[in-house]
Design a protein around this ligand. Structure first.
Ligand code: NAI
Ligand code: 15L
Length: 265
């Protein structure tokens, strides 16, 4: 791979993916709102950029072959708090990619695009969206931008509806939604490398026996998950949401316990 841009590089997943991504590209541009702390490797470059600044995002994409777009407001919140990064920011990113001739975007979408489906129901990426909050709606918007920029302008995208990416599953819900950092890296690598993906939406989940998301898209990408949440079952089996609550009934879990929100003062 030539030059890869990692947005949201200072965040949880950015920190996880930075080192392994550096091993598969010639140059890795790391970007977040603020400069990164600490030393840079020889192949790394730090390019701070606020995604809400259209001209700055256009400069950021110059010479970039592919993007792993993680930069976003990453949890449920009042709409006004996330609209600029997750709506304007995604628009700026895709428009800059078009102008720069960037070949591909790996877009960090989320399982919260379909978080209002009942727990236990196995979903396919083609099932109608059922976002569980404003956050999920912004991710659905990002997937819409991915479709527009592929079908109209030829910018390819792989939209990864990521589940719960942490070193270990934190609760019983995550026995279904967990993806290990190792599996996420392998899926992101496949999403960058597989030729002719067009615009593909797939769920990013480990090989959990209880998962609620099918493997559509995995064979095309050559993704074979190595990990499973199952080995933590005993530790997390009693970490559950109150019985009967939306959090316990619907796939989005805790996000269904956030909101509705008062209007801004
Ligand atoms: P995070 O909140 O730790 O990191 C997001 C990063 O984006 C932060 O470093 C933040 O400074 C940056 N950012 C926010 N607004 C920005 C702006 N206006 N300009 C530039 N940078 C901005 O989130 P995390 O957990 O690392 O997630 C990364 C991506 O993956 C997000 O898009 C999130 O929605 C998505 N995702 C994450 C999941 C997970 O399990 N961690 C699950 C599903 C999706
Ligand atoms: C997400 O989309 C969030 O960014 C992350 O913080 C987790 O909460 C994850 O979904 C999840 O559903 O567990």
């Amino acid at each position: 791979m030539g030059t890869v841009l990692l947005t949201g590089a200072a965040g949880t997943l950015g920190k996880m993916l930075r080192a392994p991504l550096g091993g598969i590209c010639r140059r890795l541009i790391l970007s977040d709102r603020f400069p990164l702390n600490g030393p840079l490797a020889a192949h790394e470059q730090d390019h701070p950029c606020d995604l809400t600044d259209r001209a700055a995002v256009q400069r950021l994409l110059e010479g970039v072959d592919a993007v792993v777009h993680l930069g976003a407001h990453s949890v449920e919140a009042p709409f006004e708090q996330m609209a600029r990064a997750n709506l304007d920011g995604v628009f700026h990113l895709y428009e800059a990619a078009r102008l720069a001739g960037t070949r591909r975007v790996v877009f960090a979408s989320s399982n919260h695009v379909t978080g209002c489906y009942p727990q236990g129901q196995l979903l396919d990426p083609s099932d109608p969206a059922r976002p569980d909050g404003y956050y999920g709606v912004t991710k659905l918007f990002g997937e819409g931008m991915a479709q527009l920029y592929w079908y109209r302008y030829g910018v390819e995208s792989v939209c990864l509806r990521i589940g719960t990416c942490l070193p270990e599953p934190p609760d019983r819900r995550a026995l279904s939604t967990w993806i290990s950092p190792r599996d996420l890296f392998s899926l992101v690598t496949a999403a960058l490398r597989t030729p002719d993906v067009g615009c593909l939406v797939t769920y990013a989940i480990s090989d959990n026996p209880d998962r609620w998301h099918n493997d559509a898209g995995w064979a095309q990408l050559g993704y074979r998950p190595q990990d499973s949440a199952e080995r933590w079952r005993a530790e997390v089996a009693d970490k559950v949401f109150p019985e009967g609550s939306l959090m316990a009934r619907l796939q989005g879990g805790s996000f269904l316990g956030i909101g509705p929100f008062d209007p801004p003062a």
